[in-house]
Design a protein around this ligand. Structure first.
Ligand SMILES: [Zn+2]
Length: 188
């Protein structure tokens, strides 16, 4: 059954509000997984690239992220084409870090992570795992409050990306042009 755009937006908003109830700050995403709201500074004769929302208008990507249901509803109302939502990483109270295990590059990122765990003597705790439309996995971790974990791509091992401060994770229940993101049963 085809899901109409409006229905997809309503579903995405519902999932986003439920994430916000758990203390996760969210923004609406388009089908391309990018922030749904365009920068209000687009086309400015003197672009203020350093504005992170101080101008008071929406459209600053992850800087728009909020846990306030009224604000989230406003953001989605301004982006009726949104079909998903992003969860901002690195923010209190959870200081979310996402370990993004890719599968489409032909590398076995899960094996790479197990190898890192053995070599550095850490274990991955039982936590939320989100499966991506391409079969990849996002492992959610709570970071230390006093350390800023940056984003990185393939730095720890091939196919392993880290989503940290200034980054976001596509939330479970999001629809993108490649399919739906969902939690692995029993992990949410
Ligand atoms: Zn601005």
């Amino acid at each position: 059954m085809a899901i109409t755009d409006r229905h997809a937006t309503t579903l995405a908003l519902a999932h986003a509000l439920s994430a916000a109830e758990r203390g996760l700050a969210v923004i609406p995403l388009s089908r391309s997984k990018l922030p749904a709201l365009r920068s209000p500074h687009h086309g400015d004769p003197h672009p203020t690239a350093l504005c992170h929302g101080e101008c008071g208008r929406p459209g600053h990507g992850v800087y728009d992220a909020s846990t306030d249901p009224r604000r989230i509803r406003e953001l989605f109302a301004a982006a009726p084409w949104a079909s998903g939502y992003g969860i901002a990483c690195g923010l209190p109270p959870h200081h979310l870090i996402g370990i993004d295990l890719d599968t489409k590059t032909g590398t076995d990122a899960s094996a790479g992570l197990r190898e890192l765990a053995l070599r550095h003597l850490f274990t991955i705790p039982g936590t939320v795992v989100v499966i991506t439309p391409s079969g990849g996995r996002h492992i959610w971790l709570a970071g230390p409050p006093d350390v800023v974990i940056p984003n990185s791509a393939g730095r720890l091992a091939p196919g392993i990306d880290i989503r940290g401060a200034g980054g976001y994770l596509v939330g479970p229940g999001s629809r993108t042009e490649h399919g739906v993101y969902s939690t692995v049963p029993g992990t949410a």
